[in-house]
Design a protein around this ligand. Sequence first.
Ligand SMILES: [Zn+2]
Length: 464
Amino acid sequence: MPKLNLIRAISLISLALITPISPAQNLPDLGSPGLVIYDRNTEVSLGRAFTKALHTQFNLVKDPETLSYVRRIGHRIASHTHDGRNYRFYVIDDPAINAFAGPDGIIGIHSGLILAADSEDELASVIAHEIAHVTQEHLSRRFEQQSSLNITSFASLLAAILIGTQNPSAGIATIMGATGLSLQEQLRHSRIHEHEADHHGISLLHRSGYNPNAMADFFGKLAKQYQLSEFRPPEILMTHPVTETRLAQASNRAHQLGIPEDHHDKVNLFLIQQRLKHHAQQPNTEFIEASNPYSNVIQCYKQHISEKNASAACLKEALSQHPNNRLLKTAQIMHGQHNNSQKLPSIEALHAIYPQDQAILQLLAQAYQQAGQIEQAIERLERNPHNHTYQFEIYQKLSQLYAQTNKLAEAYFYEANAYLGMGDIERAKHLARLSNQQNPPISRHLEKASKQLLKALGIDENPT
Ligand SMILES: [Zn+2]
């Protein structure tokens, strides 16, 4: 988390007065008077406003396969926190090597960081470190008891600082420039929190079955690369100063824990990197290192996504080496079949194996849609077992499908839900009202959900 900038901002702006609650378990007492931990309701409101800022002011990676991959890693690690937070993971489309922990369990990973990692363990180590910032409530422990900004403006500013936007608006730049804290004070806080995040992050990494050495490896490698370079070091090093002590402590901690048994398919990170390079819309001429033990599989996948001309033989060969790899399975299904109705049984079979995988579910809906079977597409999405965390991405598709069949009450209903999921309450209210005003009214099977939505948004169902 970009600590220095954050403190600078928070020294000047802070959140509305918040009732202190009992500190989280195992938190060392920092003893700074004036710092409070905000309550859960405020944290949730701030999280909602932050989510909205994220969706409206930044470029997010929308590739379902990339999201599905990063979220699998994130939720696996978060499941070991047992802190009851609703963790959410987003990928920022930005070449900077950076990551952040926002309010209410929102974790962001920049695409540049995914591209800079050499293994899933390294990527997981950064995610674990950011999750540890959340479990240790580092962000909330920064807020002081006065406020000149409302929660929406505060969330926007917080997002701009954490994400490290390349073009901060003039207003934000002015606030950021006027710093009142001494550099030493900032560093002192920064080091304490970074040490805690390393310490707890490494434990989480280990409990999640990843190599706990990966954190020291990754930060050490980045620091080395930029030591002799004329380029500005990546954001993550600016905010996470890599010292010999820090690396040694991380290594010691990892050494105490030992390396857990291997379990994940190590080729996945490299396949996702190919997807990110492809979606960056720049010609991907990068040479795949022959020293990479998976170079053949990566090359084959690269051809599949960039030129759509991977040979059936290379995909078959790749799958024989990685028989349970869902990215390769999907590639094989999509390969060379131009008739969407022929793909459907295979995608259905894949969906049956991975019912929680939103990327596969979206692929299935898209195949039905392309085959002209809109009702089936809708039916499959509405049958989705409730993965509420990212449900709004499914709602967007549902809204589009209903609009295509001219069912406007349903289309507005799902769009309202999508905006609600993105934290935009005002837009959600507007759309929910529109949905409620349509004639014919919403289908019977959505009536109850529609009433609940109106109630949740405080809308009178029968305006006179
Ligand atoms: Zn950190």
